[in-house]
Design a protein around this ligand. Structure first.
Ligand code: CAP
Ligand code: MG
Length: 431
């Protein structure tokens, strides 16, 4: 097409990336009449220095900023981006480049950002998690088993007093964490400040009565200045975590709160609500493991990564890929899925498994993820025939059984709360 022939300047199948290049792996489907090379040239162009037409004058130094599509395998393409394209420490700008306009190009029927390999020269400008997995284990004094938590259910509607009381029952049943639901912030029936005050009082009571560390994932999601005020209120009341709905809040505010909460010495629990709007379609959007990678880079300490056996989408291999990106120091490549990633000194992050879980599914989650995870059992404890505390006890019994490799029906013979949970749910997988 006249005037647009320069797109193929962004394709160089003989190019060998340099160690400082940022590499992206895409799945792509060319539109009718568009060759693969023309399509990948447009992806590389539109996500780096190009536009739709040849330009009257192109300063020679601009050539150094051009991305290069350097490997096409079936419907997957690898694109190398010169490091100078990316502002140091600016996560939103990275997304504007490799996850911006390109999703809307008419030259493509589908486009999915599968993964990005971030060079050390890029990752060194980010702090990563303040605590990471080992920091959380020592903070909560839980050396080996998964950490357990629950959300008061129904999701929203309780008063702050009712919420705190359910939290107390959850803690007394042996759980470490009480989590706000993703859509609970500071509604008129449960104001944030009131919830913090009452939860603080009952946390201290539960810690005194159990001798265990108890904490909460209280949701500070709001306008960014308000989030900073809520972070301060949590800190002033001795809380060790804050929860952020990271997708809806946005990478810019997560970076801001990483600074604020890091200064307070607090950990970040990242809920991923809205992720399925862009990671569920296998042909278009962005993978969850890339979102997980971005959040580890910015510095959340734990993030939801799926259950495979619960009520929400995401199979075993996806959940384990998410966990690998979050926990491993040297992530190995997986053809057409994952690029190699050396995390250097950026700490590992806990995958959080949540959504439709109950005591009967705890061993399966531990089999899929191992013990280096956080397991949230919410409806699955409040729906226990004997109530929240018994449901938490049953979940901890299931965890103990799994740690000792004892089948649940066997363990339930001597553990009443587990037996009651198995009688109600068995090992059913909710949808
Ligand atoms: C789970 C949950 C979590 C989901 C989020 C909910 O409650 O509180 O938000 O787990 O999904 O609201 O559904 P239940 P994911 O345990 O009662 O299902 O972890 O996949 O991001
Ligand atoms: Mg929820």
């Amino acid at each position: 097409m006249a005037g647009t022939e320069w797109y193929t300047d962004f394709v160089d199948l003989g190019y060998r990336p340099s160690s400082s290049d940022l590499l992206a792996l895409f799945y792509f489907e060319p539109a009718a009449g568009m060759s693969k090379e023309e399509a990948v040239g447009r992806i590389a162009s539109e996500s780096s220095t190009g536009t739709w037409t040849t330009l009257f004058k192109l300063p020679p130094r601009m050539k150094k900023l051009m991305a290069k599509a350097y490997e096409i395998r079936g419907n997957c393409v690898k694109i190398a981006y010169p490091l100078d394209l990316w502002e140091e420490g600016n996560a939103p700008q990275l997304l504007s480049g490799i996850a911006g306009n390109i999703f809307g190009m008419k030259a493509l029927n589908n486009l999915r950002l599968l993964d990005v390999s971030l060079p050390p020269a890029y990752t060194k400008h980010f702090k990563g998690p303040r605590h990471g997995m080992s920091g959380i284990r020592s903070m909560m004094r839980v050396p080996k088993r998964p950490l357990f938590g629950a959300v008061p259910k129904p999701k929203v509607g309780f008063t702050a007093a009712e919420h705190a009381q359910i939290g107390y029952e959850t803690w007394m049943g042996g759980f470490d964490l009480v989590k706000d639901d993703e859509n609970l912030t500071s509604q008129n029936f449960n104001r944030f400040s009131e919830r913090v005050k009452l939860m603080t009082r009952l946390r201290d009571k539960a810690e005194r009565e159990t001798g265990e560390r108890k904490d909460a994932l209280i949701n500070i999601t709001a306008e960014t200045n308000e989030m900073q005020k809520r972070a301060k209120l949590l800190h002033d009341n001795g809380w060790r975590f804050a929860m952020i709905d990271v997708v809806v809040a946005g990478t810019a505010s997560v970076q801001t709160l990483r600074e604020v909460l890091g200064d307070y010495g607090m950990a970040i629990h990242a809920h991923r609500a809205m992720h399925a709007s862009f990671d569920r379609n296998p042909k278009h959007g962005m993978t969850m493991h890339f979102l997980a990678k971005l959040m580890r880079l910015i510095g959340v300490d734990q993030i939801h990564a799926g259950t495979a056996v619960g009520k929400l989408v995401g199979g075993v291999s996806e959940v384990q890929l998410n966990a690998a990106v979050l926990r491993e120091r040297q992530v190995k490549p997986v053809a057409n899925k994952l690029l190699a990633q050396d995390w250097g000194s950026i700490k590992p992050v806990f995958p959080v498994s949540s959504g439709g879980l109950h005591p009967g599914l705890v061993p399966e989650v531990m089999h899929i993820l191992g013990n280096e995870c956080v397991i949230l059992v919410s409806g699955g404890i409040h729906g226990h025939p004997k109530g929240t505390r018994a449901g938490a006890i049953a979940s901890m019994q299931a965890c103990d059984a799994a740690m000792q490799r004892i089948p649940l029906p066997e363990y339930a013979k001597k553990h009443r709360e587990l037996a009651q949970a198995l009688e109600k749910w068995g090992a059913m997988r909710p949808r």
